[in-house]
Design a protein around this ligand. Structure first.
Ligand code: SF4
Length: 281
């Protein structure tokens, strides 16, 4: 949950998640809709699909036991080398490094090598870890150092425990480290609202890939250009800005979908919730 989502957003959801899925077996047995519903509002829904698939892999391929080797952990859906390094060092004491964004930044500054490649960074991370004697504590310390002391916005070298051996101590220049920003594309979507007092609202399930994959929305048609009217709601994603234009439709809905009386039971994207609040209340 913490990949790409802030701690304060995750905390209440983490608790609720474990109330819904207290064990790996309950998660594995859940439907995709239930999992997406429990993830609603956290964004990056691919993570929910991965954790669901990982739970099923653990039940069916690992005899309901969480795997204990780095290779087997990394083979689970959604778990990359850095996350596998974290899990296996924290839980099983393996000497496997973590290399998330915070650790990368610390290593680059520590060695005074801002342009070093990821391949080199993995070697530097492994070397440092090998000399630590306690991989779990070391990995956590490096992550905390990058998150709290040597952050992207401010390097608090006065308070840093490694300032005596850091090549960049008291020399970090932020302008030189400014983040690369990817372009944001504007997308204009007409959202067709079929509503009926007896039946509710017509929802369709989004395709399994792309924006809002697998979530439920009213039918959406992408417009070639922005209409003259202002959008009713603008929803910001990482690389897309969605301009939403509701259209009350009097025709019967076409294609696959279903009438829904109570949308609370379905996983809808936050952008659609906001739009419906504005239009329907
Ligand atoms: S001394 Fe400064 S630049 Fe070096 S790791 Fe510590 S906070 Fe970062």
């Amino acid at each position: 949950m913490l990949q790409q989502t802030q701690v304060k957003t995750v905390l209440p959801r983490f608790k609720a998640w474990f109330e819904t899925f207290p064990t790996i077996a309950t998660l594995a047995a859940a439907t995709t809709d239930d999992v997406l519903k429990a993830w609603e509002g956290l964004g990056y829904y691919r993570r929910a699909r991965f954790i669901h698939q990982a739970a099923q892999n653990i039940i069916f391929d690992h005899h309901s036991r969480f795997p204990s080797t780095f290779e087997a952990i990394m083979a689970l859906p959604g778990i990359g080398r850095s996350t596998a390094g974290a899990i296996s060092s924290f839980c099983f004491g393996t000497g496997t490094p973590v290399l998330d964004g915070n650790v990368k930044r610390v290593l680059k500054r520590w060695h005074g090598r801002p342009e070093v490649s990821d391949k080199q960074l993995w070697l530097l991370a492994q070397q440092a870890l090998d000399g630590s004697g306690d991989p779990a504590s070391w990995n956590q310390a490096m992550m905390e150092l990058g998150a709290i002391v040597c952050s992207a916005k401010f390097a608090d070298c006065d308070a840093c425990p490694v300032r005596a051996c850091c090549a960049s101590a008291f020399q970090v220049v932020y302008a030189a480290e400014s983040r690369k920003t990817l372009p944001v594309r504007n997308v204009h979507w007409q959202v067709h609202l079929h509503t009926c007092p007896e039946k509710g609202i017509w929802l369709t399930r989004r395709p399994d890939s792309g924006i809002w994959a697998g979530l439920w929305t009213p039918p959406i048609v992408e417009l070639e250009r922005a209409p003259d009217a202002a959008p009713t709601y603008i929803h910001q994603l990482t690389h897309r800005r969605l301009y939403l234009y509701p259209l009350a439709s009097e025709h019967s809905p076409q294609g696959e979908g279903r009438w829904v009386q109570s949308i609370e039971r379905y996983a809808l994207p936050t952008g659609i919730h906001r739009l419906l609040e504005k239009v329907i209340g």
